[in-house]
Design a protein around this ligand. Structure first.
Ligand code: HEC
Length: 162
């Protein structure tokens, strides 16, 4: 009898361990990789980005957008799409995993777009990591309504002006 109880306890332990290691294998919630915090970390990873026109010193006027003067940078995935004289060809889309970051000069804020499953995630994160416009917020009125202006290329508008 005592032996049976031990076997049962042992079995439960084994099943729990297997279950636990399975969940571990699946990993933490993949959505966390696209949280404001994770995107903020990506923005600060200088090595992952190249500045627009390969020009880290250039500050663009920003006179057409809401952020004022800014620097513009693309991650490696986004960069592969800039094949029309350094711009995205008209009618083409950035591939999934593309990230475009505007470094707002007045405040150090990051305004960013990240391409996931065919659509952009939008966010604004302050220099101290606090969230100005969360990636979870509906970007329709706040960002896209303006970014879909005439001449946009996959909702990116800098190519119109710079
Ligand atoms: C009133 C219009 C307007 C709104 C609203 C707006 N943007 Fe923009 N955005 C622009 C313009 C214009 C540019 C091009 C550069 C410039 O002159 O500022 C730009 C550039 C950008 C860029 C660089 C890539 C590109 O498209 O050129 C990012 C990233 C960006 N904005 C993020 C955002 C996010 C995130 C929001 C919403 C929280 C937002 N923007 C809201 C007008 C707008």
């Amino acid at each position: 009898m005592k032996k049976q109880v031990l076997v049962i306890i042992f079995s439960i332990t084994v099943v729990t361990c297997i279950f636990y290691s399975c969940t571990k294998d699946i990993g933490i919630n993949p959505l966390i990789a696209f949280s404001d915090k994770a995107l903020f970390d990506s923005c600060r990873n200088e090595a992952a980005f190249t500045y627009y026109k390969n020009s880290p010193a250039t500050v663009y006027s920003g006179s057409n957008g809401p952020h004022g003067p800014f620097k513009l940078k693309f991650n490696k995935v986004a960069l592969t799409a800039l094949i029309d004289n350094g711009k995205l060809p008209v009618g083409k889309a950035f591939p999934d995993g593309s990230m475009i970051v505007k470094e707002v000069q007045s405040s150090g804020q990051f305004a960013l777009m990240y391409k996931r499953a065919g659509s952009w995630l939008w966010a604004e994160i302050n220099a101290d990591g606090s969230v100005a416009y969360s990636v979870n917020k509906d970007a329709g009125a706040g960002c896209i309504s303006c970014h879909n202006q005439t001449g946009h290329r996959d909702l990116v508008v800098s190519f119109n002006f710079y």
